[in-house]
Design a binder for this molecule. Structure first.
Ligand code: URA
Length: 191
C-alpha cells in the first residue's frame, strides 16, 4: 500500500467506538522521507477539529521544543497511537489502542524512520515496553528491530509541571546528538 491509499483507508476506519464521536481522523503529518517519527497518544479537541496532530496548546509547546534542536514539521513525521479523539481527552483504552495500532505500524513500514520518539507514557508503553516507567526511563535509548526508540515527557505534562522541563531539555540534546550521528544529511537539521 502507498501513503495515499493508506491515508484514504485510515480516514474510513470504524474499528473502534471512537469512530462514532470523532469529527476527523487525525492521520499524521510530515515528509514521507522523515528520519524521525514522533508519536503522541491521541488527538485532543483542536486536533479533532482540524484533523492534524499536535495543533492545540501542547502542540505549540512541542513545536517550540523541537525548534531548539533544528526539528519541526518540515523534517519530522508526527503521529499518534490512536487516530481519533477519546471523549473528554481520557486515555485511550487498551482495546482502542490495539484496534488502531495497525495504522501506525503501516505508517512506520512506509516511513522507515531511523528514530522513533514516544511522547509520554501511553506511547512508550505501547511501542517500547508494557511496563515502561516514564519518570525513570525517559531519555534512554532502546533498539528494536534496528530502530532507535526514546521516550520524552508528553508536552501536556511539561505545560502542567515546569519541574520536568530541564530533564526534557537534556533528552532533546540526546536526540539531536543521535540524529546528527546517524543522519544521511546533517544540513537538514541546521538550527
Ligand atoms: N496530544 C497527543 O498526544 N496528540 C495530539 O495529537 C495532541 C495532543
Amino acid at each position: 500500500m502507498d501513503w495515499e491509499a493508506l491515508k484514504q483507508a485510515c480516514l474510513q476506519c470504524d474499528k473502534c467506538e471512537l469512530a462514532k464521536t470523532r469529527q476527523n481522523v487525525v492521520f499524521g503529518v510530515g515528509p514521507t522521507d522523515a528520519e524521525v517519527l514522533f508519536v503522541g497518544e491521541g488527538p485532543g479537541g483542536q486536533e479533532d477539529l482540524q484533523g492534524e496532530p499536535f495543533v492545540g496548546p501542547a502542540g505549540q509547546f512541542l513545536d517550540d521544543m523541537l525548534s531548539i534542536i533544528g526539528l519541526g514539521r518540515h523534517n519530522c513525521y508526527i503521529g499518534n497511537i490512536v487516530k481519533c479523539r477519546p471523549p473528554q481527552n481520557r486515555d485511550p483504552l487498551p482495546t482502542e489502542q490495539e484496534a488502531c495500532i495497525g495504522w501506525l505500524r503501516m505508517q512506520t513500514k512506509l516511513l522507515q524512520p531511523k528514530i522513533i520518539v514516544c511522547l509520554g507514557r501511553i506511547a512508550a508503553q505501547k511501542l517500547i515496553s508494557e511496563d515502561f516507567k516514564i519518570t525513570k526511563e525517559h531519555g534512554v535509548w532502546f533498539d528494536k528491530g534496528g530502530i532507535r526508540f526514546m521516550a520524552m515527557y508528553h508536552p501536556s505534562a511539561l505545560l502542567r509541571d515546569i519541574t520536568k522541563r530541564p530533564d526534557t531539555f537534556r533528552d532533546l540534546k540526546k536526540l539531536r546528538e543521535m540524529l546528527i550521528s546517524i543522519t544521511d544529511d546533517p544540513q537538514r537539521y541546521s538550527v
